[in-house]
Write a protein that binds this ligand. Structure first.
Ligand SMILES: CC(C)(COP(=O)(O)OP(=O)(O)OC[C@H]1O[C@@H](n2cnc3c(N)ncnc32)[C@H](O)[C@@H]1OP(=O)(O)O)[C@@H](O)C(=O)NCCC(=O)NCCS
Length: 152
């Protein structure tokens, strides 16, 4: 899809396309692989600007939700990152919206994430709700659990 406001296009991409930005933004330039990255069910999305540069990435994969054990088909959002120069322009929004649509199309009924507390407001704008207190992820910092239910 293409979002006119930010002139980015979002597409499903191979893992190697998302790793550089994921590493730069979320891992301080270090190794950025995550368990399940190579699972055939995992969906990696990248947003590219008009010049073809990757300006945002995210991944979605089927995974049990720690806080909603009754969810029929839960998926986890991880590795959400946009380049500092485009923040606030809607790139994160189109990545989440596109991902939720793709998960729903695959039969998912819930998406959850461990959200950095600094990003919780972003996910709330995307329809997620905080369902836990704060917890620490060693080396990363404080997080909250967030979920969004998907329409069938
Ligand atoms: C969090 C992040 C992905 C947001 O990306 P973005 O491209 O700036 O997001 P958007 O421009 O699409 O923002 C969508 C809306 O959320 C708001 N928003 C964005 N970041 C926010 C934040 N950290 N807190 C509160 N609101 C935020 C925007 O103002 C916008 O609001 P609107 O509905 O009024 O338009 C980006 O800031 C980022 O990569 N941060 C560093 C890595 C990170 O923390 N990743 C998440 C790990 S859990």
């Amino acid at each position: 899809m293409t979002d006119r406001a930010s002139a980015v296009s979002v597409a499903e991409v191979p893992l190697d396309v998302v790793l550089p930005l994921r590493s730069a933004v979320l891992r301080g330039g270090g190794p950025a692989g995550m368990p399940g990255d190579d699972d055939p069910a995992t969906v990696h999305l990248a947003a590219r600007d008009a010049g073809g540069r990757v300006v945002g990435v995210v991944r979605y994969s089927p995974a049990p939700c720690p806080w909603r054990p009754d969810a029929r088909a839960p998926w986890q959002l991880r590795g959400m990152a946009t380049t500092p120069g485009v923040r606030g322009l809607g790139v994160g929004r189109v990545l989440v919206a596109e991902g939720l649509a793709r998960v729903a199309a695959r039969g998912g009924d819930l998406v959850w994430c461990d959200a950095r507390t600094t990003a919780a407001g972003f996910y709330e704008r995307m329809g997620f709700t905080v369902v836990t207190g704060e917890y620490d992820k060693p080396g990363v910092g404080p997080h909250v659990g967030m979920v969004v239910a998907l329409e069938p």
